[in-house]
Structure formats: structure tokens, C-alpha cells
Design a protein around this ligand. Structure first.
Ligand SMILES: [Zn+2]
Length: 174
């Protein structure tokens, strides 16, 4: 287990029945533990209410903050606000199964649950599909102007002739 993820392994065997509260501050240390992570920096607060019932655990996550992603328009990083609530039910059975998006079965006799992968997935899913700098006071996205200019210069011109047609045209005139 990576040390930075240790706090996300919640031991529950010693907990009394009822609600237990946990706070997490997620930043680059967390995301660095996941090689494939698209997000590398951010400031995300997680309020977790763990409800221990006789035969089940119910996790209520309240996630809010911002993560650094790359803007689709100007290819520059910006902080994308994210927020959402998630619920996960943890049941016990013969073996570990992810029964559903929100139902996890842990082997009977487990003492702890690793919530790092859940949090990783929730945060990534909260980032909108289209990433765009937030609008300024005039409603225009606050894109990086220098980057936009470079991208515009590099973008193919719409009226540019396909080079293959150019060759044909030259043959015709010859
Ligand atoms: Zn932008």
C-alpha cells in the first residue's frame, strides 16, 4: 500500500454502530498514487459520513473543490470546480465483488475498506466532458490568449486545398 493512501483505508471493525465522520483533503499527493490519473493537481475536500449498521456499511460522500485540467479550447491548464454527493453500500459475502456502481461486497471478516479508488473515480467523473476555462465577467472563457494565438496559427486553414488535388490540377494545366 502506498503511504499516501493509508488514510483512505478505513478500519471499521472497532467502530460502534451509528454514524462516524471523516474529513479528507485531496491534492497532488493523492493523484500521484495513480499512474493513469488524468488529474495531477487539485484541492478537493471530502466529507464522509460512515454509517455502521449491523450487516452493512453506508458511506455518504460529499465532495467539493477544484481540480486542474487542460482546457479543450486553449490547451492550457485551469482549475475546474467540481462538486457532488455519492453513496456507497458495503455488504459482506464470500468474496470481494463490485456488485454495482454503488454496491461493494467485502469478504466476511474484513476489518477495513479502501476508499481511495472510489474517490479517484468519483472525482474523475465529476469533471465535465467538455473542459473549458471559466467565463470572465463578460461571459467569455478566460483562455490563455498566447496559447490561443499559437493554436490558431497552427490550425489548418479551411480553404486550404488538399495537396492531392493540387497535383491533379497541375497535371491538367500541363
Ligand atoms: Zn482555455
Amino acid at each position: 500500500m502506498l503511504n499516501a493512501l493509508k488514510p483512505y483505508h478505513l478500519g471499521f471493525s472497532g467502530l460502534a454502530l451509528g454514524h462516524h465522520h471523516y474529513d479528507f483533503d485531496i491534492g497532488s499527493k493523492f493523484f500521484d498514487c495513480f499512474e493513469e490519473s488524468e488529474i495531477h493537481a487539485g484541492k478537493v475536500k471530502v466529507d464522509l459520513d460512515l454509517e455502521k449498521q449491523k450487516k452493512m456499511l453506508v458511506l455518504h460522500f460529499d465532495i467539493h473543490g477544484a481540480v486542474e485540467v487542460v482546457c479543450d479550447r486553449c490547451a492550457y491548464e485551469y482549475m475546474q470546480p467540481i462538486a457532488g454527493k455519492e453513496e456507497v453500500y458495503i455488504k459482506f459475502g464470500p468474496e470481494y465483488i463490485e456488485e454495482d456502481d454503488d454496491v461493494l461486497v467485502l469478504p466476511q471478516g474484513s476489518h477495513e475498506v479502501d476508499i481511495s479508488q472510489m474517490l479517484y473515480d468519483f472525482i474523475h467523473l465529476m469533471v465535465p466532458y467538455h473542459r473549458l476555462h471559466l467565463p470572465d465577467e463578460n461571459g467569455n472563457p478566460e483562455c490563455n490568449k498566447e496559447n490561443l494565438e499559437i493554436l490558431e496559427r497552427l490550425a489548418p486553414k479551411e480553404n486550404q486545398i488538399d495537396p492531392r488535388w493540387e497535383v491533379l490540377n497541375r497535371l491538367k494545366t500541363d
